[in-house]
Design a protein around this ligand. Structure first.
Ligand SMILES: Cc1cc2nc3c(=O)[nH]c(=O)nc-3n(C[C@H](O)[C@H](O)[C@H](O)COP(=O)(O)OP(=O)(O)OC[C@H]3O[C@@H](n4cnc5c(N)ncnc54)[C@H](O)[C@@H]3O)c2cc1C
Length: 130
């Protein structure tokens, strides 16, 4: 039997999910546009992704710096993952791999919608905009 958990509660599956932050890649959006989803291309949705998040140290071309959702790296790093990345992932080593930048080629850690181990967004006063 294959377990298939679903969040049958208020909040739905987001109440039980892993809080991984995955935008998808630009090519996926291009496919959808080709199928008729005009206005939903990568360049169309990117400003909204950026507005929604705070990603410390992200490339400003693709990542937001003062949105309500904190996108963080995992706090726990398994030594085997570290060894693999150190030896096989040159872009990650150079701090250049970001699977939320539009391309998912490469390898590195997942990014999480978490802050200090707690899921959620910044408190409202910090997200306030002029
Ligand atoms: C274990 C797990 C881990 C995941 N991890 C991630 C992750 O890390 N990152 C990520 O991006 N995504 C993750 N996902 C996927 C993501 O959580 C879901 O794609 C997303 O929450 C789906 O949202 P939804 O609003 O479409 O459906 P849901 O959130 O499933 O909402 C459906 C709602 O409808 C209710 N409902 C169902 N049937 C009825 C009915 N007959 N009458 C009334 N109410 C009904 C349910 O109770 C539920 O509240 C994960 C999912 C699971 C299950």
């Amino acid at each position: 039997m294959i377990p298939c958990p679903r969040g049958r509660v208020i909040g739905g599956s987001s109440s039980i999910n892993g809080h991984l932050y995955v935008r998808g890649q630009a090519l996926d959006y291009a496919d959808w546009v080709e199928l008729g989803a005009k206005g939903w291309g990568w360049d169309d949705v990117l400003p909204f992704f950026k507005r929604g998040e705070t990603r410390i140290g992200g490339d400003p071309a693709t990542r937001g710096a003062d949105g309500p959702l904190i996108v963080a790296d995992p706090r726990m790093r398994h030594p085997l993952c570290e060894a693999f990345l150190q030896n096989h992932a040159s872009a990650w080593r150079a701090g250049q791999f970001d699977y939320n930048s539009g391309s998912q080629d490469g390898c590195g850690y997942y990014q999480y919608l978490m802050s200090a181990g707690v899921a959620g967004a910044l408190p409202t006063p910090i997200c306030a905009r002029p």
